[in-house]
Design a protein around this ligand. Structure first.
Ligand code: ATP
Ligand code: MG
Ligand code: MG
Length: 558
C-alpha cells in the first residue's frame, strides 16, 4: 500500500491531518542562514519542506535566518533564491527572522518581567565552565537572582550601544540541573555591533538561534518545522519557548503550535558539506568560486550540467530517516546519468584527436549526414553533420598491433563510423618518435546507414568529426574534489591536504561539431561514447568550453 512507502515525516503529517491538528493546515519553511551558497545538503531540506507543502495543499515559505549580521550578505540571499527556483520549487512568501526582532525583543522583556530571564555579566568562558556535565548539575550564575529592574535596565543598555560585545548576555532562567544541557539557563541574547543587511544599525542586541527559530515558526503559522538531527536535543527548548510565548499577549491563541521534526543530514563521500569549509575553499582559491563544478553546491552542480530532476531523484532515493549516513557520491552520479540519458542531445566530440584519411573517398566531396538528437525520444529532432575525406577520431580508437578482442580501428579490420559508412583500416603513418600522425582506411560506399550494405555485421562503431567542418574546443574534466571518502572524519588532518590534486583536467586540443554553437550553458549534451557534457559559462563563439558532467559509465577506481 502507499502508506508503507511514506517516510516518517510524511507519515506524521498525514496523521496530524487525520487528527485535525492546526485546523488541517500544513505549513513548512526553508530557513537558510544567508552566510553562504546552498549545497546539496540544503537541497535535501528544500526537497522535503517544499514537496510536503505541495503535496498536502499547504504553504512553504522561504525564511532567511538572519540573526547574525557578521556573516550574512545580500549576495547570499540572491543566490539562495536563484538556486531554489532552479531546483523547481516555489515559495509562498519570503520572510526574514529579522522581521521578528521587535516581537522577540518584546517577548524577552516579558520573560525578564516574569523573572524568567536575567542579565549575566560573566564572560562566555565563565558561563560555559559553569554548565556542568550531563550527569552533574551546573553552577548557578552569581547574577541569576539579580533584581528584575536591573536586568531590564541592562537589557536596554545591551541594545543602545552602551555595552561592549561580550560584556553581558541575556539568559533564560530555567534549570541549571536539567539533564538536557540546553535547559541550563541558555543564552538568548548577545551584543553584536555590526551593520545588519536589513535592519541596519537599529539593533545591537541579537537573539540566539534557539530564541529566534521556534518563535519565528510560531509567528508565521508553521505547522511542521523540519530540520536536521542535530536539533533533536534542542526540541525540548523549542517547545518550552513556544509554551512561554503562548502564555503572553503575543500568543496566537487556540491550540495551534508548530512541531519540530528532525531527519538525517546528507553527507557525500569525497566531499565536505560544511559552509565554513566550502567558504575556505572559495576564499583561498582552492577552487574557482562557489560555482566551481567540483563543488557540492547547487550552483556548482548546475554549472557542471546536473539537472534538478537528477538531484531530486537522488534525494528521494536516499530518503529521510533518523540515522546519520555517508551517502555515496557514485549514487548521485548514477542518478545524473539516468536522468540525462533521457534528455541529453547526442553529439560528436573528439577529445584526443588523430587524423583519419579515407583514401578512396573523393577529395573535395562533402556529404551532409543525418543524426538523431536523442534515440531515447521517439519524436526526437535530427540535425546534420558533414562527412568528408579527412576526419578526426580518438587516438585511443586506433591500435597498430591490437589484441583479438579489440573492436576499434586496427589494420585489416572493419568498423562502422557512426551515422556514416563502414570502413576498413589499411595502416598508419608515424613520426620519428613513433607517434602516430595519420591513420588510413578505405570506405565501402554501399554501407551508408539505410543502404542495403549497412546491415553487414561490424563489431565496433566509432565517433568522428570532419576536420574541415568542426570547431576547436576546450574540455574540462572533473574528478572527486577530495581523495578520501570522508574528509570530515580525518580530524587530525587539515582538510585542504586531503584534496585530490587531479580533480580538474583541462583538455585544450579537442574538436566538436558545429551544431554545438547552438547550445547555451546548462544544456544537456552527450558526447557520444564519452559522457555527458554542458557548455560552461566561460564558453564564447570564439572559444567553446565544455564541462564534463559525468562519464557514461562509473569508472571510478577502475
Ligand atoms: P552548515 O552546518 O554547513 O553551516 P547550516 O545547517 O548552518 O549549514 P543553514 O543555512 O542553517 O545551514 O541550513 C538551512 C537548512 O538546511 C536547515 O534546516 C538545515 O538543517 C538544513 N541543512 C543544512 N545542511 C544540511 C545537510 N547536509 N543535510 C540536510 N539538511 C541540511
Ligand atoms: Mg548555520
Ligand atoms: Mg546550522
Amino acid at each position: 500500500t502507499e502508506k508503507k512507502s511514506l517516510n516518517f515525516i510524511e507519515q506524521a503529517i498525514v496523521n496530524d491531518l487525520k487528527e485535525g491538528k492546526n485546523d488541517g493546515r500544513v505549513q513548512t519553511r526553508f530557513p537558510p542562514e544567508p552566510n553562504g551558497y546552498l549545497h546539496i545538503g540544503h537541497a535535501k531540506a528544500i526537497n522535503i519542506d517544499f514537496s510536503m507543502a505541495e503535496k498536502y495543499n499547504g504553504v512553504c515559505n522561504l525564511r532567511f535566518d538572519d540573526t547574525n549580521p557578521v556573516k550574512e550578505d545580500v549576495e547570499y540571499v540572491d543566490s539562495i533564491k536563484e538556486d531554489i527556483e532552479w531546483l523547481g520549487f516555489h515559495w509562498d512568501n519570503i520572510y526574514y527572522a529579522s522581521d521578528y526582532f521587535q516581537q522577540l525583543w518584546d517577548f524577552a522583556i516579558m520573560l525578564i518581567k516574569q523573572g524568567k530571564a536575567y542579565i549575566d555579566e560573566q564572560s562566555a568562558e565563565q558561563i560555559a565552565a559553569q554548565k556542568g556535565t550531563p550527569t552533574t548539575p551546573g553552577t548557578e550564575s552569581p547574577f541569576r537572582n539579580r533584581p528584575i529592574e536591573e536586568s531590564l535596565e541592562l537589557f536596554n543598555k545591551m541594545n543602545s550601544g552602551e555595552v561592549e560585545e561580550g560584556a553581558m548576555v541575556l539568559r533564560a532562567k530555567i534549570d541549571m540541573a536539567n539533564s538536557n544541557m540546553h535547559f541550563r539557563d541558555p543564552i538568548i541574547y548577545r551584543v553584536i555591533k555590526h551593520h545588519h543587511h536589513r535592519t541596519g544599525d537599529q539593533w545591537k542586541a541579537y537573539p540566539m538561534y534557539d530564541f529566534a527559530h521556534g518563535q519565528s515558526d510560531y509567528f508565521e503559522g508553521v505547522t511542521h518545522s523540519l530540520c536536521t538531527l542535530e536539533f533533536e536535543v534542542h526540541r525540548p527548548l523549542y517547545d518550552y519557548f513556544i509554551d512561554e510565548l503562548k502564555d503572553t499577549t503575543l500568543s496566537a491563541g487556540g491550540d495551534y503550535r508548530p512541531r519540530q521534526m528532525e531527519f538525517n543530514r546528507l553527507n557525500l563521500t569525497y566531499n565536505v558539506m560544511s559552509k565554513r569549509k566550502l567558504l575556505t575553499l572559495v576564499k583561498e582559491d582552492l577552487v574557482h568560486g562557489w560555482d566551481d563544478p567540483r563543488m557540492p553546491t547547487i550552483c556548482g552542480y548546475r554549472r557542471r550540467g546536473y539537472s534538478p530532476e537528477a538531484i531530486k531523484n537522488f534525494l528521494n532515493m536516499i530518503g529521510y530517516t533518523k540515522y546519520e549516513a555517508l551517502n555515496d557520491f557514485s549514487l548521485l552520479e548514477s542518478a545524473v546519468r539516468e536522468d540525462l540519458n533521457k534528455r541529453a542531445t547526442r553529439v560528436s566530440a573528439v577529445l584526443d584527436p588523430v587524423k583519419l584519411i579515407i583514401t578512396n573517398y573523393p577529395e573535395g566531396k562533402v556529404e551532409e549526414l543525418e543524426c538523431i538528437d536523442n534515440p531515447e525520444d521517439p519524436n526526437s529532432p535530427t540535425h546534420t553533420i558533414e562527412f568528408s575525406r579527412e576526419l578526426w577520431i580518438e587516438r585511443n580508437d586506433f591500435m597498430e598491433d591490437a589484441p583479438k578482442k579489440y573492436f576499434r580501428m586496427t589494420p585489416g579490420k572493419e568498423v562502422r563510423l557512426k551515422n556514416a559508412y563502414i570502413v576498413e583500416c589499411t595502416g598508419c603513418k608515424k613520426d620519428e618518435d613513433g607517434k602516430i600522425t595519420e591513420v588510413y582506411c578505405t570506405y565501402d560506399a554501399d554501407t551508408l546507414s539505410g543502404m542495403p550494405g549497412a546491415s553487414r555485421k561490424v563489431k565496433g562503431t566509432l565517433h568522428w568529426l570532419s576536420s574541415a567542418h568542426c570547431l576547436p574546443a576546450e574540455v574540462r574534466l572533473y574528478d572527486r574534489l577530495f581523495s578520501v571518502e570522508n574528509p570530515a572524519a580525518e580530524q587530525d588532518k587539515d582538510f585542504r591536504e586531503l584534496m585530490n590534486p587531479d580533480s580538474l583536467t583541462v583538455l585544450n586540443n579537442c574538436y566538436v561539431e558545429k551544431y554545438l554553437t547552438n547550445f547555451e550553458p546548462g544544456s544537456y549534451l552527450q558526447f557520444q561514447r564519452i559522457g555527458y557534457f554542458t557548455p560552461d559559462k566561460d564558453s564564447t563563439k570564439e572559444k567553446l568550453v565544455f564541462n564534463r558532467t559525468v562519464g557514461l559509465k562509473d569508472t571510478w577506481g577502475k
